[in-house]
Every structure is written in C-alpha cells, then in structure tokens.
Write a protein that binds this ligand. Structure first.
Ligand code: PMT
Length: 297
C-alpha cells in the first residue's frame, strides 16, 4: 500500500482508500461460528469503478468474496451457463466458447476493466475478520501520510461495533448441549477518531451512516460529523440504499436519488455520489492550498 501510494502520489494522482463489505466477528478461537452482517460490498465496488473513471488511484480494501469492481455485474451468474462446448479438431474434440448474450454489456465492461488494469490504478487488498480490517485500515492510513490532502478515505464498509476479545473467547466450538447461548460482547472503538485526529489529519474523510429508521438518519449523520470532525457523511437507509442517499457536511445537505427511469437505463446511485464527492474533494484541496499560501505571505 505504501509503494502504491508513493508511486501515484509522486505523479500528483489523487488516491482513495475504499473500504467495502461486512466484517466477520469470531465467537470461538478455532472459529466455527461468527457474527456477520448484510453488506454485499456493492456500494464499495461500484464506487471504485467511478473513482477510477474520475482518474483516482484506488486501494480497494474489501471483505474476501464480497463484490469486486467490474465482475460485480455478473455475480448472480453461474459461469458454467455462460459457456458452451463446440466441436473442434483439438485432442479433446471440443473447444469452449463464451455465450456473449449471457453477459450483458460485457464488451464495454471488459474494455474498461482491461484499461484500468493496464493503468495500474487499482490495488485490491482483502480482509476477513474485524481485526484484519482494523489493522489494514491503520496500515493504509500510514501509507497515505505523504499524500496530504490528495488522500481520501471512503469508508463504506459495514464494520461491527461489537466483538469478543481473544482473552475471553472459548478456544473450542461452543457446545449446544450446554443450553441456550449467552454472550457478552465488548464495544469496538470507532476507528474514525484516530484516523481523523492522528493517522491522516490532512486527508479528506468520508464516512457512511446506515440506519433502518429514516426519521433519525440526518440527526445521526450530523452527530458523527460533530464527534469526529471529518468532512462528509453519506447517510443511507437500509431499504432504500440503492436509490437514495444524503451527502451531509457541516454546511449543507445534498439529496441524491436515482429515478425509476434512470434505474431502467442503468444509472447507479454511486455515479452520482462520486461526482458529488470528487467536486467536494477538489474544493477541499483548493481551500487548503489557499490557507497555506496565505500563511506563507
Ligand atoms: O455493501 P452494500 O450491501 O452495498 O451496503 C452499503 C452500506 C449500507 C454498507 C454502506 O452504504 C454503508 O452505509 N456503510 C456503513 C455502515 C455502517 O457501519 O454504519 P455505522 O453507522 O455503523 O458506522 C458509521 C461509520 O463508522 C462507518 O463509516 C464505519 O466505517 C465507521 N466505523 C464503524 C465501526 C467502527 N468500529 N469504527 C468505525 O470507524
């Protein structure tokens, strides 16, 4: 991550760390059971594509096997159904052909994927458990420190707020013969706090706020901004997260939505989120430059 950030940073390219997917919290040291959550990684993987289109270099810190940029469009496909055997003069007597009609929009997606690969602007990094995630986030923040305000953190992962410390975790599989399970979990410290204050104080930081009750959404997003003093909260409600979000800052609120017609045409809410965030990042960099010039004069 440090090499990637240095390489792109030295060329003046903006670099974003996207976190994506849910975290897994083990209940036993030799883990049979764990606590998980709903996140598919669609928000993070789709956002990665739009940041790449906008010219950013992207570290994609994602949950193992959650959705991945570009291939995410085909996760519901059984890939064997996209192939067919045709007779050939090979030793096996057959060749494998792709049935292009089974993979909607594949030519455009493959072109974009290949050009992104060639550009070397995507670095995928995987996590599985909560503790993997926490360590990798800190390492990424350290890697980003030379980038100053050109660095962005886009924290779309659904990170567990609860865990069982290793010292309190049973080693072996919890026995059902012991009766109903009662567990006490400790609070996971919010990583936003050290990230903003210590690890990457010059970076542009976007957190997400997920609620199931729309009536408390904006108040909770504002509370997060006041607590952590970062730049943006993208607020969303579980059921409508694919079509509606509110981008909340200290000075304004932008409602972004995708209409049914746009959805039919393949417009994704992430395209609108990234357009909005990139504009805000540009003014953030501009304001910091102005401040540093003023202090020099
Ligand atoms: O993946 P999808 O299925 O597409 O769903 C996308 C999404 C709903 C997961 C995404 O849009 C979203 O809202 N992600 C954040 C969900 C969440 O964890 O919200 P929260 O209110 O619990 O946390 C708020 C913020 O604190 C998050 O940015 C999180 O990165 C951060 N956090 C959370 C826990 C923790 N210990 N430390 C943190 O810093």
């Amino acid at each position: 991550m440090a090499e990637f950030a240095r390489d792109h940073g030295s060329r003046g390219t903006r670099v974003v760390l996207i976190t994506s997917g849910g975290t897994k919290v083990p209940l036993e040291s030799r883990t049979v059971r764990f606590l998980d959550n709903f996140s598919s990684g669609r928000r993070g993987s789709a956002s990665a594509e739009y940041f790449l289109r906008a010219g950013y270099a992207v570290i994609f810190l994602h949950r193992h096997r959650s959705m991945y940029p570009y291939s995410r469009r085909y996760t519901s496909h059984n890939w064997l159904d996209t192939l067919r055997l045709v007779p050939s003069s090979d030793a096996s007597g057959h060749q494998v052909q792709v049935q292009q009609s089974q993979l909607p929009d594949i030519v455009r997606v493959l072109q974009e994927y290949s050009s992104m690969k060639e550009s070397g602007r995507l670095l995928p990094v995987e996590f599985n458990t909560l503790s993997d995630y926490l360590h990798l986030l800190q390492a990424a923040a350290q890697a980003f420190s030379p980038l100053g305000s050109n660095a962005m953190f886009y924290l779309a992962a659904a990170v567990s707020d609860f865990y069982i410390p290793a010292s309190e975790m049973p080693e072996h599989k919890i026995q059902s013969s012991s009766g109903p399970l009662q567990i006490t979990m400790k609070m996971v410290p919010k990583m936003l706090s050290p990230l903003v204050k210590e690890w990457a104080p010059k970076a542009f930081v976007i957190s997400f706020k997920l609620e199931t009750d729309p009536s408390i959404l904006i108040e909770r997003a504002r509370k997060a901004l006041a607590t952590y003093s970062h730049q943006v909260v993208v607020a969303n409600v579980l059921d409508s997260r694919r079509s509606y979000v509110v981008v909340v800052t200290n000075t304004d609120e932008a409602n972004l939505s995708v209409s049914e017609e746009e959805e039919r045409l393949g417009v994704e809410i992430e395209e609108k989120i990234i357009e909005d965030i990139v504009t805000r990042h540009t003014s953030f960099i501009g304001n910091l430059d102005e401040k540093s010039n003023a202090s020099k004069n």
